[in-house]
Design a protein around this ligand. Structure first.
Ligand code: ADP
Ligand code: ZN
Length: 291
């Protein structure tokens, strides 16, 4: 059986075809332009495949309320042309198959829970730290939606005592995205993150912020696994720095060996699906839409 999976991003749309085991058979990438011309390319791609369903992990904010008239829409994005865009409807109409829909990060956590680092667990979170910061939440065996959907990339943080940077987020002074995203690092230190690799103070501050957010998610969701990824996490030292800082911040309060001992190395981890949690998760969203 073939299922389509789309990772819908602000700069590119990755379209893939996978099977019920998450094995990706083919993929193509299209630059994100205006919705109509972008969808045309994507639909033409899928017409070459006999897919039974489609899943879309999408940049947001999006409407996930199935009772809403605008279910399946990208809602209020500042991205020109994409506000109030019926992305699910566009594919349903043209392809006539069930379409599953969720945030890109919920798609990614679903991929890791189904086939990756959190396989078999019933609670996990996936945090991407790249151009933006996003958090996908899987709790009690399902993706968390709620009033809208979680926006963990914008939880508020204590400012580092030595940080004079005012923050990159236009909505909040000190949220994770504002303080710890790739563009925030670049604006604070005046160089691209990758060029700051050997500057210890850069990563000490970065770990301080990421760990605060991770600590808040541990306290709020009690996840059984925390998967960290995105361009910034290519600085691999951040993994042990964040683990250590999480232990310091929690200060023994959550008295579980996964946190208080070296088992934390297996608790806060990179994805097991390499660069593919999002696209494999999108395939799973499609599979689940089949019912
Ligand atoms: P996006 O979030 O746009 O999907 P990425 O997850 O690749 O894309 O994140 C891009 C961000 O990650 C950029 O701000 C870039 O500076 C940062 N980045 C990419 N590679 C590295 C690296 N090796 N070390 C530190 N930061 C990096
Ligand atoms: Zn913010």
């Amino acid at each position: 059986m073939l299922i389509g999976g789309i990772e819908a991003g602000g700069t590119k749309m990755v379209c893939a075809v996978g099977d019920e085991n998450g094995v990706i058979k083919d993929r193509a990438s299209f630059p994100t332009r205006q919705p109509e011309e972008t969808f045309k390319d994507m639909i033409a791609y899928y017409r070459n495949w006999d897919i039974q369903a489609l899943g879309i992990g999408c940049f947001g904010p999006i409407d996930l309320n199935k009772q809403s008239e605008t279910y399946g829409y990208i809602t209020k994005t500042p991205k020109p042309g994409w506000g109030n865009c019926d992305i699910v409807g566009a594919f349903k109409r043209e392809l006539g198959i069930p379409v599953g829909f969720d945030t890109d990060v919920n798609g990614a956590v679903l991929g890791e829970v189904t086939w990756g680092a959190a396989k078999g667990l019933d609670s996990a979170i996936y945090i991407t730290i790249g151009t933006g910061v996003g958090v996908g939440v899987y709790v009690n065996g399902g993706l968390l939606h709620g009033l809208v959907h979680p926006e963990g990339g914008h939880v508020l943080l204590m400012k580092h005592p030595k940080d004079t940077y005012e923050g990159k987020c236009p909505f909040h002074e000190t949220c994770v995205e504002g303080m710890a995203s790739g563009p925030a690092i670049e604006a604070r230190w005046g160089k691209k993150a990758i060029e700051l690799a050997d500057r210890e103070e850069v990563w000490e501050m970065e770990a301080y912020y990421i760990a605060q957010a991770v600590t808040d998610y541990i306290l709020s969701y009690s996840p059984q696994k925390i998967i960290l990824w995105g361009g910034v996490m290519h600085q691999e030292k951040l993994f042990w720095m964040v683990r250590k800082e999480v232990q310091r911040l929690l200060n023994g309060y959550v008295a579980h060996e996964m946190i208080t001992t070296d088992k934390i190395n297996d608790y806060i981890v990179p994805p097991a699906l390499g660069e593919d949690p999002g696209i494999m998760g999108a395939v799973k969203l499609g599979l689940d839409a089949l019912g």
